[in-house]
Design a binder for this molecule. Structure first.
Ligand code: SAH
Length: 394
């Protein structure tokens, strides 16, 4: 059996059940396995700690499959997949959406594997050497355990490069009737582009927050920044917003947003769709003395890791400061960060600094996070990446 022997004292994180071993913690590798192969993780005194997948090119050199001395085989993965499916069944998601995350990597005990379900289609991302190694087995098991027949692969995230893996996109199992797939989320319809949409096609993690915006948007003039395919815009319109301005830099996303508004028979005439850079547009609106009752800020990830947190903090502060200035008294700011490198405490501090520098008084009404189909393992806090605040400008 291949084994990774840790330096003295470097077993501590494993004893707390954190699933990652960084290259710097490793003393020696015995019988180096192939990329993604299984290794035993041993303490410096050769005590068994865990069984893991091996990523020879990544700083995260090993990711734990199990802390038990048990075989890592087809039946092992069947149990993990079943458990993840059971978790989703407990959530009663069928009343909310037919699009939801079925497997969320480390949080569901299968590091590197993401599987989103869109109706009858599964979209799979293998982000690590280990999940790539087991991909065909995992695909077969997913079909057996769900009873579905189609899997589309979207292994095109940048992180694969760190794992020494190439991009892979295409049909993995079965057939797809079309790359455009409709989902229904809280009774609204969204066309998802499985082939070219972001992530696996959409941002399923914001489902409950979009509903909250719907509830709060009645009679409001809304500005939806970084609107992508219109998730928040469509919910604001469905909630009876007076007007919505939707801004994104991607023409394709905006085209789909317009289609999605029409698909739901919502008033296109109340909507202004702007292709542009939010950083510039907010400044332009400030110079024009424009004002809004509700502003949504859902930018892309500014800081994937803590190393970029400082630069990211400047970006978040900039847009939130401008947004506070554009808010009417009594208006609400719905602001998000999906940066793994910015934790909830830091995010709140950034927003506080933004309000202070904008010269406004504000209160936090609600803390928001990712939906429950993106659960967080207590031992892997990195799984909690989405933070949001609803702030009231006094
Ligand atoms: N709110 C969306 C998801 C937003 S994802 C939803 O609920 O579905 C982030 C979006 O920001 C992407 O659509 C991307 O095209 C856009 N984007 C990135 N940088 C931008 C910029 N500087 N100005 C405008 N849009 C930007």
């Amino acid at each position: 059996m291949s084994a990774v022997i840790l330096k003295p004292g470097r077993e501590k994180s494993l004893l707390r059940r954190h699933p990652w071993i960084f290259s710097g913690a490793i003393q020696q590798v015995e019988q180096e396995p192939v990329s993604g192969g299984t290794v035993d993780l041993l303490s410096s005194t050769r005590q068994f700690l865990a069984r893991a997948s091996y990523s020879p090119t990544s700083q995260i050199r090993a990711r734990v499959w199990t802390f038990e001395d048990e075989p890592v085989d087809r039946e092992f993965f069947r149990r993990k997949i079943r458990s993840a499916i059971d978790t989703r069944q407990r959530l009663q998601l069928q009343d909310r959406s037919n699009g939801y995350r079925l497997i969320y990597a480390e949080s569901d005990g299968i590091p590197g594997l993401i599987v989103d379900r869109y109706g009858e289609i599964l979209v799979l991302q293998a982000l690590t050497a280990g999940s790539e190694f087991w991909k065909e087995t995992l695909a077969d098991l997913l079909l057996e355990e769900t009873g579905l027949s189609a899997i589309y692969e979207r292994s095109d995230a940048d992180v694969r490069e760190l794992e020494g893996l190439e991009t892979k996109v295409g049909i993995l199992r079965g057939d797809l009737p079309s790359f455009i797939f409709p989902i229904t989320e809280h009774d609204l319809k969204f066309n998802i582009n499985l082939q070219s949409g972001h992530k696996t096609g959409s941002y399923l993690d914001q489902r409950e927050n979009r509903l909250r915006v719907r509830e709060l948007a009645t009679d409001k003039d809304v500005l939806d920044c970084f609107c992508y395919t219109g998730g928040f815009t469509i919910n604001a319109l469905a909630g009876g917003a007076k007007s919505v301005i939707a801004v994104d830099s991607s023409e394709d996303a905006l085209n789909l947003a317009k289609e999605n508004i029409a698909l739901n028979h919502l008033p296109l005439e109340k909507t202004t769709v702007i292709e542009g850079d939010v950083f510039l547009l907010l400044r332009k609106f400030r110079d024009e003395n424009r004002s809004f009752d509700m502003i949504v800020l859902d930018p892309p990830k500014f800081a994937p890791t803590a190393a970029q947190a400082e630069r990211a903090a400047r970006g978040y502060k900039d847009i939130n400061l401008l947004a506070f200035k554009l808010l009417r008294p009594g208006g609400t700011l719905v602001t998000f960060s999906c940066s793994g490198g910015v934790d909830a405490g830091l995010f709140q501090k950034i927003i506080a600094g933004a309000a202070l520098d904008a010269g406004v008084d504000a209160q936090i009404l609600e803390h928001l996070s990712q939906g429950a189909d993106h659960p967080v393992s207590l031992h892997f806090p990195e799984g909690a990446y989405l933070k949001g605040l609803i702030c009231l400008r006094k």
